[in-house]
Design a binder for this molecule. Structure first.
Ligand code: 3EB
Length: 333
């Protein structure tokens, strides 16, 4: 039998401001961390588990809190800019870095990822399952290179520098979105035992994107199955390695949903039970706020209102992409 994390070792709960306190007290001692999405700074309670503010406007809500909860008692440790918590199966961490370093953005990302690898290796949770990346000006040029591309160079070099393979089965699920301001925010979920990496046959594996998309390829997979959860990476209107339907929101949305369907199909082939839509959480990132009503209408039809869907305004990492969708889905029983 292949080793795997106990089923349901962690789960996700999404709440707005008014329910935050009750969820935090209900799961007191079992909280791995919180990602708070919102245009205004959240009032975080005085807790030491990793909690980050992702400075994005949420549509239809003030702040949207994603809370990662363990089944087991959690040990939390603040460690300067890097906070972490762990439960014996998984480790969740967060890094918030302000861009003051004169060395530049690429070096900042390199250092951040190097610190993540050092941390998870030292703590014995060396399998990186999922990474969340948020930073301002993702499509801006900086010293002749788009910042997303500089980010990819720093991330790629940190993988290599720490002796991490970049290839089939070895890269985490991820998302990378642009904020309009604020710090570089990176959250990560790691485990003692590797997850099952899912790729999408409609898309070139991202670590094999050709050089047209930047000097170093992005190091992420389309999804990871771990502990009964399917972690679906940020997914967009890309076929092969090319953006399709530029400037066409409806076309991009259809193509994105088709890509997500394919990832779910591949996860099913690996044993994932995609039967419980009440346990499906989606984050929808829209470049333009005026696209929100139409996208919401389309997705409510698609998921028949069962899934929990949060909508945010964010810059997507290619200038021609209008929408990106990520998901967290717990397996049915
Ligand atoms: C794509 O498929 C769209 O650089 O970590 C999606 C998810 C995207 C993660 C990343 C980028 C990343 O290439 C962009």
């Amino acid at each position: 039998m292949i080793d795997s994390i106990a089923s349901d070792p962690f789960r996700l709960v999404c709440v707005s401001d008014e329910n935050l306190e009750s969820v935090l007290s209900e799961f007191n001692g079992k909280i791995l961390g919180v990602l708070a999405y919102g245009a205004r700074k959240p009032d975080f309670p005085d807790n030491i588990f990793p909690q980050v503010w992702v400075e994005l406007t949420v549509f239809g809500e003030d702040i949207c809190y994603e809370i990662l909860i363990s089944q087991r008692p959690v040990t939390a440790r603040p460690a300067g800019a890097l906070g972490m918590s762990y439960d014996g199966d998984v480790l969740f961490g967060s890094l918030v870095i302000s861009e003051t370093e004169p060395a530049g953005f690429e070096a900042l990302v390199f250092d951040a990822y190097s610190a993540i690898f050092d941390t998870i290796d030292a703590e014995g949770y060396s399998s990186l399952l999922r990474v969340w990346n948020y930073f301002p000006g993702i499509n801006d040029e900086d010293q002749g290179l788009e910042r997303y591309r500089a980010f990819n160079v720093g991330r790629h070099d940190a993988f290599s520098g720490k002796g991490r393979a970049i290839g089939e089965g070895s890269v985490p699920a991820a998302c990378a979105l642009g904020t309009s301001r604020g710090d570089l925010v990176i959250c990560f979920l790691a485990a003692k035992i590797p997850g099952t990496v899912i790729e999408n046959p409609r898309q070139t594996n991202a670590y094999r994107y050709p050089r047209d998309f930047g000097p170093k390829s992005p190091t992420f997979s389309r999804g990871v199955l771990a502990g009964g959860a399917l972690l679906i990476s940020g997914t967009a209107s890309i076929i092969g390695s090319e953006t399709v339907h530029p400037e066409n929101l409806a076309g991009q949305l259809d193509e994105t949903l088709e890509n997500i369907r394919m990832v779910i199909e591949k996860a099913r082939e690996c044993g994932f039970d995609a039967s419980d839509p009440a346990q499906l959480f989606l984050n929808v990132y829209l470049r333009h706020r005026e696209d929100y009503p139409g996208v919401r209408c389309r997705l409510e039809t698609e998921f028949r209102g069962a899934a929990h869907i949060a909508y945010m305004q964010a810059d997507v990492c290619r200038a021609d992409l209008l929408v990106e969708i990520e998901a967290f889905w717990m397996s049915g029983k």
